[in-house]
Design a protein around this ligand. Structure first.
Ligand SMILES: Cc1cc2nc3c(=O)[nH]c(=O)nc-3n(C[C@H](O)[C@H](O)[C@H](O)COP(=O)(O)O)c2cc1C
Length: 183
């Protein structure tokens, strides 16, 4: 079950910067998805994502002014290459991967049910950084699986099976080997 998280904590849902999947809506209403590793939290609620300007994600976020950032567990990694493929806008990567849409509360774009956390985002600004545009979005709502939730409403990185890209474009991923509390 997904728990709703208050806005001021949404950025923390992706604080360890694992691979994420951005979902956006095509003009037709078909749900698009792309895999992203080049992003970071820049404030408690703002996230900057380097998005290729030729991608569907970029066209969709510019047109709709919104996107959902989905944090997948490592078990979904076998589908990342499929999701990163350039498929026609009449088809949904989410459907092709066998995943399901998760209805957002504040934006029209659905997230992905199979992901651990979903951050609903609104477009704020962007900066041309060459091939990519560094798109800044603001979290407007967030949802997290109750089984990876800490007592204070954040993602428990000891429980979450987060997944990091370590040699993109090679399909080589890492999970935390050792996480320790320095007390
Ligand atoms: C692990 C991984 C990380 C990626 N990171 C990025 C990234 O940070 N920025 C980017 O523009 N594309 C990145 N890509 C490539 C996009 O996923 C790919 O261009 C995809 O086609 C975008 O989807 P779209 O055209 O449906 O928007 C990554 C792909 C993989 C597999």
């Amino acid at each position: 079950m997904k728990i709703e998280v208050e806005q001021s904590r949404c950025g923390r849902l992706i604080v360890t910067r694992p691979v994420m999947i951005a979902t956006t809506l095509h003009e037709s209403g078909v749900l698009n998805a792309g895999v992203f590793g080049a992003y970071t939290n820049v404030s408690p609620t703002k996230i900057a994502v380097a998005i290729g300007r030729g991608s569907h994600t970029y066209a969709n976020v510019k047109r709709t002014r919104e996107m959902a950032i989905n944090v997948p567990p490592a078990e979904l990694a076998t589908k990342f290459d499929l999701v990163a493929e350039d498929i026609p806008p009449t088809e949904s990567e989410v459907e092709k991967a066998g995943w399901h849409p998760f209805a957002s509360s504040k934006i029209a774009t659905p997230g992905i049910e199979e992901c651990l956390a979903i951050v609903e985002c609104a477009y704020v600004d962007e900066m041309d950084v060459g091939y990519h545009s560094l798109v800044i979005v603001e979290a407007v709502a967030g949802h997290v699986d109750d089984d990876v939730l800490t007592e204070n409403g954040l993602v428990d990185v000891l429980k979450a099976r987060l997944c990091h890209a370590v040699a993109y474009p090679e399909p080589l991923y890492a999970r935390f080997g050792e996480v320790f509390r320095a007390v």
